[in-house]
Design a protein around this ligand. Structure first.
Ligand SMILES: C[S@@+](CC[C@H](N)C(=O)[O-])C[C@H]1O[C@@H](n2cnc3c(N)ncnc32)[C@H](O)[C@@H]1O
Length: 253
């Protein structure tokens, strides 16, 4: 089932045009990371889910690979509109507490509407920086990040913070765009120069920074439970496929 976004328009040509204008032409302003995020997202918050569903691949699948911890704590860093909470289905209720953390007030407002309309009593939004957030319980059983690591300038601090708040044996699960290293280690895909260059340049105009070091860094800090490296279609870009990965890792006990 594809979840609809509460109180938001579904996919339409008009919505697509509005979102494309924000992605391709609107000027991002602001002196801080938070101000730049808000300037980028405030005009597209309500059309966000319909458009990103065709662009941000692998999110429902990532959640199929995860198991809720009964009574446990789930933290989604860079949660945006909170759509990931939908991917659990009824399993969401098994968590004691879930925190949807983001720096964009406009996207969190959509997440708040979703929580209210769905009647989720164990889910809360938090306006905070993913590189600093600590849940009130002090630790989490599961931390997820979908397409947020590439938008966090200090992405390594976000991974370190996720690692710090995870309980021993806890899970960090990530889905995001990437490019390979020029000379990747065995088992990792190798992208051609044109792939590495095109996608890094294309995404950088929206302050999305594809990085060859995400997967190696994640594998150095966590035990890899699952890794897939794939390509996915992009709306209105017919002949190319953007590389993305799904990673599930365990914090050693
Ligand atoms: C491409 S969106 C992905 C949103 C959502 N996870 C999804 O899959 O639709 C990236 C998100 O990361 C958030 N973000 C970027 N830097 C952040 C930071 N330092 N702390 C918290 N959130 C951040 C943005 O505001 C945005 O909501």
């Amino acid at each position: 089932m594809t979840p609809s976004t509460p109180s938001a328009p579904r996919g339409s040509i008009l919505n697509d045009l509005r979102i494309l204008w924000h992605l391709a032409a609107a000027r991002v302003t602001g002196n801080t990371h938070e101000e730049r995020l808000e300037s980028f997202y405030k005009g597209q918050a309500h059309g966000y889910d319909a458009f990103r569903r065709r662009m941000l691949h692998g999110r429902p699948e990532l959640f199929q690979h995860l198991t809720p911890v009964p009574g446990g704590v789930w933290v989604d860093l860079g949660a945006g509109t909170g759509e990931n909470a939908e991917h659990w289905g009824p399993r969401l209720q098994e968590f004691g507490r879930a925190y949807l953390v983001d720096l964009s007030s406009s996207l969190l407002k959509v997440a708040d509407e979703r929580i209210r309309e769905r009647g989720w009593t164990n889910v809360a939004t938090v306006h905070a920086d993913a590189t600093k957030f600590v849940p009130p319980e002090g630790a989490a059983d599961l931390v997820t990040m979908s397409y947020s690591l590439t938008m966090i300038p200090d992405w390594f601090s976000a991974v370190e913070q996720a690692w710090r708040i995870l309980k021993p044996g806890g899970t960090l699960a990530i889905v995001d765009f990437f490019v390979s290293r020029k000379y990747p280690a065995g088992g990792l895909v190798k992208h051609r120069w044109s792939t590495r260059t095109f996608w890094q340049l294309w995404f950088a105009s929206d302050n999305v920074f594809l990085n060859p070091d995400h997967i190696p860094f994640l594998q150095s800090r966590l035990e890899t439970a699952y890794l897939e490296q794939r390509r996915g279609k992009m709306p209105y870009l017919p002949f190319v496929r953007a590389p993305y990965y799904l990673f599930v890792g365990r914090k050693p006990v």
